[in-house]
Design a protein around this ligand. Structure first.
Ligand code: PEP
Ligand code: MG
Length: 756
């Protein structure tokens, strides 16, 4: 019996020789199809390439009429070739003309051939073309022949992608691979970025496609698979992972796939047919992705990303790749495209080269998004499929306002966005001019516009934005981007740097607000919480783990030596929690004074209003603290019983509705009655229209992301505050059902020329 792998191996070797010869692209293609036809003992071999206009064009043929090359064409989905391209599956037919999809192209002279085998030309799961062999006799091609054709198609995919074939396209027509594509997802951070794609996990380019010795290559594959399984088992047995629901489920799925017999068998077959282990991984992955893309089951499509990750890990094992060296190859206008990413990984990129971030997954509150916002880069998320459509170096636009991206944009789209960027720059210029103007309303009422911060990268924004101080310093961010608990010295250093950078402007530090969606990978919560947002988080957690709080408070007290320290407690539910925290703080003060440390000149303790229970104890609250700050993000989520990270609910309820405005008014009124300062530091403060509403309710101090200070100040300086107060007092005293307060506020602004 003939060695079934010998045929493909010889063919692949011949193809490698042809690839290395200095040939013109057309000549190379002609020789390739001739070689395939001879090897497969077929009378015909043809290559169709997919163009950007969804037409498959005949690029080379052995056996069909040579005059039909670059003339014969089929639309995607039309005929057998179009069907293969659209479904990304091979067709193996003994009598092609009887297939319902058969379309007769007279110019090719193909009517005399009966049997037909066509395979898609795939790269990273995208169809780039179709490769076909035909015979006169009615025969069915063997499984190993199909396999050999698929492998050959991979070589051709590489040729198309590396640009060889684009020289053969007619003017005005482009290959599908260069086609502009746009994706719609969600806006995670405002701004517009123009630049070039940097794949966060660069697609590993397999250059060595053919093996010299299949047996040896099978052993290499086997040992890489072994290491992969071990590394997954290792991850699963780590204590911090062992109890985490979702993370663990993902790893369990990996383990299942890594042992999946079908997957392993397909890899081994590809190696037996002459591929290197790396090329086999790429081939199997590409086939699988292409098929999954055509599946409608969302669960299966989701699982695809697990297989992708696994294949990437396996490739890294085989090629011995560590994390890619970053800075040396990074373009000056990098737009990072990733499926998902850790916050610390983003900080590894040099800020001055980043123009944007695109995520396939993620949510507004993901840690990486919080960090990206702090760094001021536009972020578009939920861009399913972006990673496989993008190639390193492709031109790309991130529209963080609309939540869209444009890959390989056409010149007019690019021009429109360049204009948008210029317009934004002019507006920024305007805001810069406002920076030196007093922060007051049209009638001269002063308002404190403060900024939110949490990392050292935020600090330059303090002077650039013109903020009056830091109204909320989220100390947990330092914990979230670290690999282990930051040591006391590191905490103290950061707090000192912050106060130094503030140069006497007030800074309000919030004690660590972890738990809920803010997870520290190195700190395990052993109880499997069903409702983490309502669970063991923030002050609840730190009162139960007082050592954490003590260390932080001591670091803050030391860093603030000789200056004022403002400390704020998150997620207070009962007044008793404030007293408990105070005791811990007082003990630290006593401890430091005993050792003659330089203490803060004054210590002010505040509470965040985030839990509705405080609304019925506002008087007691105001007496118990030196100031309060409304955390409108959490307060809104709890008042409305609407998860702040759930995209399905994102636009369902409006904070500018009568009931929530009444809640906010109640708090500021209670503060005024007791002489306790009240600030608001949620996202609500950062939009001009909602900031306007807050001023109308009586707030005179609000804290927001630094980029919002300019637009809010532009609104503030034009605001007739007394009229707004009267308007709101009246509006809130009337029945609220069915009223659109947002529209009423916008109309008020329009009538009075207030820019929103
Ligand atoms: C809030 O809840 O409004 C707030 C400012 O805190 P965070 O967004 O950090 O939960
Ligand atoms: Mg909060």
């Amino acid at each position: 019996m003939r060695d079934q792998a010998a045929g493909p191996r010889v063919l692949l070797r011949r193809l490698r020789e042809l690839m290395a010869e200095p040939l013109e692209p057309q000549e190379r293609l002609d020789r390739i199809v001739r070689e395939i036809a001879a090897n497969m003992v077929a009378e015909v071999c043809s290559l169709y390439v997919l163009r950007a206009d969804s037409v498959l064009e005949l690029y080379a043929t052995e056996g069909l009429n040579p005059g039909s090359v670059h003339l014969a064409q089929l639309r995607l989905g039309q005929g057998l070739v179009g069907t293969i391209a659209a479904s990304a599956r091979p067709l193996n037919l003994s009598d092609a003309q009887r297939h319902p999809a058969f379309a007769y192209l007279p110019e090719t002279g193909e009517e005399i051939y009966h049997s037909f085998l066509g395979v898609p030309v795939l790269r990273a799961g995208r169809t780039l073309g179709v490769l076909v062999v035909q015979n006169r006799t009615m025969r069915t091609y063997r499984e190993d022949e199909v396999e050999a054709m698929e492998t050959t198609a991979m070589v051709i995919a590489e040729m198309i992608a590396t640009g060889d074939l684009s020289r053969l396209t007619r003017p005005g027509l482009d290959l599908d691979l260069r086609r502009p594509v746009s994706f719609s997802g969600m806006s995670f951070n405002e701004g517009v970025g123009l630049g070039h794609v940097v794949l966060h996990e660069p697609r590993i380019v397999v250059t060595d496609l053919f093996n010299e010795d299949s047996e040896q290559e099978l052993r290499r594959l086997g040992s890489a698979l072994g290491s992969l399984r071990l590394s997954i088992d290792d991850m699963l047995s780590r204590r911090d992972v062992a109890f985490e629901g979702e993370h663990r489920a993902v790893l369990e799925a990996y383990r299942m796939f890594a042992n999946d017999r079908g997957w392993v068998r397909r890899l081994e077959e590809a190696v037996s047919n002459g591929l290197t282990a790396e090329a086999a991984v790429e081939k199997v992955q590409s086939d699988m992705r292409a098929r999954m893309l055509h599946m409608s089951d969302p669960y299966m499509r989701e699982r695809m990303s697990d297989f992708d990750d696994l294949a990437n890990r396996l490739l890294r094992q085989l090629m011995g790749h560590g994390p890619e060296a970053l800075a040396s190859t990074l373009p000056k206008d990098a737009i990072i495209v990733a499926r998902s990413m850790g916050a610390a990984e983003l900080l590894d990129y040099p800020r001055d080269r980043l123009r944007g971030l695109v995520l396939e997954d993620g949510a507004v509150t993901s840690h990486v998004v919080i960090v990206a916002r702090a760094m001021g880069i536009p972020v578009a998320g939920q861009m399913k499929g972006a990673v496989s459509m993008a190639e390193n170096g492709d031109a790309i636009i991130v529209d963080g306002e609309e939540g869209r991206i444009h890959l390989r944009p056409q010149p007019d789209v690019e021009a429109a966005y360049a204009e948008k960027v210029r317009f934004r720059a002019r507006r920024q210029e305007l805001y810069r001019e406002l920076r030196s103007k007093p922060s007051q309303t049209a009638e001269g009422v002063h308002v404190d516009l403060l900024m939110n911060a949490g990392l050292a990268v935020d600090l330059p924004q303090l002077s650039e934005s013109g903020a009056a101080g830091i109204g909320l310093f989220r100390t947990e961010l330092q914990f979230m981007v670290a690999a282990t608990f930051p040591r006391a010295e590191a905490q103290e250093r950061l707090y000192r740097d912050v106060m130094d950078a503030a140069r006497g402007k007030p800074v309000t530090f919030r004690t660590i607000d972890i738990g809920g969606d803010k997870v520290l990978p190195y700190f395990k919560n052993t109880s499997n919480e069903e409702n983490p947002a309502l669970g063991w988080r923030a002050i609840r957690l730190t009162l139960d783990r007082p050592a954490l709080l003590r260390t932080q408070v001591r670091a803050l007290l030391k860093a603030a030596g000789g200056r004022e320290l403002r400390l704020m407690l998150p997620m207070i539910t009962e007044i008793g929690e404030i007293f408990q925290a105070r005791e811990i703080i007082d003990r630290e003060v006593r401890h430091l004074s005993r050792f003659a440390h330089d203490l803060p000149t004054s210590l002010r303790i505040g509470a965040m209003v985030e839990v509705p229970s405080l609304l019925w104890q506002l008087d007691e609250l105001m007496r118990a603290v030196d100031f309060v700050s409304v955390g409108s993000n959490d307060l809104f989520q709890f008042v409305m019983a609407a998860d702040r990270g759930n995209t399905l609910l994102a636009d369902r309820f409006d904070p500018l509705s009568v009931p929530f405005l009444r809640v906010l008014k109640q708090i500021v009124d209670a503060g005024r009655a007791s002489g306790t300062p009240v600030t608001l530091c949620g996202e609500l403060a950062g939009r001009p229209i909602s900031a306007m509403a807050l001023l109308g309710l009586g707030y005179r101090s609000i804290s927001m992301s630094p980029a919002s200070i300019g637009p809010v100040k532009a609104m503030l300086t034009e605001l007739p505050l007394e009229r707004l107060e009267a308007f709101l007092a009246d509006a809130l005293s009337r029945p609220g059902a069915g009223r659109d307060m947002r529209a009423e506020l916008a109309a008020f602004a329009g009538e009075h020329g207030v820019p929103l």
